[in-house]
Ligand binder design. Structure first.
Ligand code: TRP
Ligand code: SF4
Length: 405
């Protein structure tokens, strides 16, 4: 069984199914997922319920987008053998935890999240004065907490949501982690670790509580993680006992900030589907070539003989990503001296993008030809996710007084 600890290594992230993914998604998010799947236990899911919070009036695109997005993940190298891929709504426990957490969510916490007002103003054509949209960070909290994930890869804009998640976890543990005989049971649990470890645990706990040494906290947590002989309940107690007087049923997650890789689009602005300046992950090679060949360049280069300035050209940021130092020197020199034409200059970029996309298209082909394969990846992942979610929900239901018959 997986360890359930506050310091835990489990990674969880979701993406709303909004359509085909492009190179911006790859460099900003997916590359990171692909790396994490080798070092961490990873769960990645299609956040279709989150899509409904804004697209409830016309949800028809969701199923196709969910499948296409999953193919894009697989194409980019997310490996169902290493990571668990699933669909949020296929694990109804997310909705159950969302409801239960709503009981303890102060309205103010949700209303204060910046995206709540911002999005309402930006998406004026939709009525987002809904209970569901207000609950966006709450649903996200349920997503994270139900797997007791320790690390959540997100963009900057999602950090306030995770802050809500952390506050909710704290509030939940405070409200429901308390037991009248907590200290006694914690002491008993210490006894079950064996003499040497019990002594180590007590020492670290004292160092943390008396000296505030957070290092001691880390040591003690690692010690707990390595204990095979104690039950889940005792583990929760001992985690809680390090810091205070209640069990840690829902550990607080940490955001794992994706380094702000702003993939430049074809017009110099950030790559985005809504700007129409994107290259899709499964773009046909001929279309990639066409798109780059027709990219705007430094407007000063009207004729082939006019010198240009790379700093004023949208192609230049792509050289930073796809070209070697040598090629960059060549392009810079050739541009400023009018020694090369813009199509010459673009050629290495075209080749760089094509080389990056080639393995994607190869991997995607298998799935595109067999939709049943994608479905079974998602079904298997969902099955595994449900089992993990159920472990937490048993504890949550019990803690909230819902286990009786
Ligand atoms: N809200 C996230 C986004 O728009 C997607 C998401 C939903 C998510 N639930 C999550 C991300 C849980 C991380 C963890 O990007
Ligand atoms: Fe841009 Fe290259 Fe043309 Fe210079 S030569 S304007 S850098 S495409």
């Amino acid at each position: 069984m997986s360890f359930v600890t506050p310091a835990n290594n489990r990674v969880l992230s979701g993406m709303r199914p909004t359509g085909r993914l492009h190179l911006g998604h790859y460099h900003g998010v997916l590359k990171n997922w692909v790396e994490l799947q080798h070092t961490h236990e990873c769960l990645f899911f299609v956040a279709d319920l989150h899509a409904l919070t804004t697209h409830y009036e016309d949800p028809r695109g969701i199923p196709d987008n969910a499948y296409e997005m999953t193919i894009d993940w697989l194409a980019a190298g997310v490996n169902p053998g290493s990571a668990t891929l699933f669909v949020q709504s296929w694990v109804p426990q997310h909705a159950e935890l969302h409801l239960l957490l709503s009981m303890i969510s102060p309205l103010g916490w949700l209303e204060r999240v910046p995206s709540f007002k911002d999005q309402q103003e930006q998406l004026k054509d939709r009525d987002l004065a809904t209970y569901g949209f207000l609950g966006y960070p709450l649903l996200m909290s349920a997503d994270v907490l139900i797997y007791r994930a320790g690390q959540v890869p997100v963009g900057e804009d999602q950090v306030p949501h995770l802050e809500v998640t952390r506050e909710l976890a704290r509030r939940f543990n405070h409200l429901y982690g308390g037991e009248p005989d907590f200290a006694e049971r914690a002491e008993q649990a210490i006894g079950k670790m064996g003499k040497k470890n019990a002594k180590l645990y007590r020492e670290q706990r004292r160092r943390y509580q008396e000296q505030g040494e957070t290092e001691a906290l880390d040591v003690a947590r690692a010690l707990l993680e390595s204990q095979q002989n104690i039950s889940l309940g005792d583990r929760e107690r001992l985690f809680g006992y390090l810091e205070g007087g209640s069990r840690i049923i829902l550990p607080e997650p940490q955001p794992l900030l994706t380094r702000a890789a702003k993939m430049p689009g074809l017009d110099g602005r950030k790559m985005s589907k809504s700007y129409g300046n994107a290259i899709a992950l499964r773009e046909k090679p001929a279309d990639v070539e066409q798109k780059i060949r027709t990219m705007p360049t430094d407007p000063a280069r009207i004729r082939r003989t006019d010198p240009g300035e790379p700093e004023k050209c949208p192609v230049w940021p792509l050289h930073q990503i796809y070209s070697s130092d040598e090629v960059r020197d060549w392009a810079q020199e050739g541009c400023r001296s009018a020694g090369i034409g813009c199509l010459d200059c673009k050629q290495p970029v075209i080749e760089g993008v094509l080389a990056e996309l080639r393995p994607f298209q190869e991997r995607a082909a298998e799935y595109e030809n067999d939709p049943g394969l994608v479905r079974s990846v998602l079904n298997e992942g969902t099955q595994a996710a449900r089992e993990l979610a159920d472990e937490t929900m048993d504890e949550v239901r019990r803690a909230m007084g819902l286990v009786y018959r």
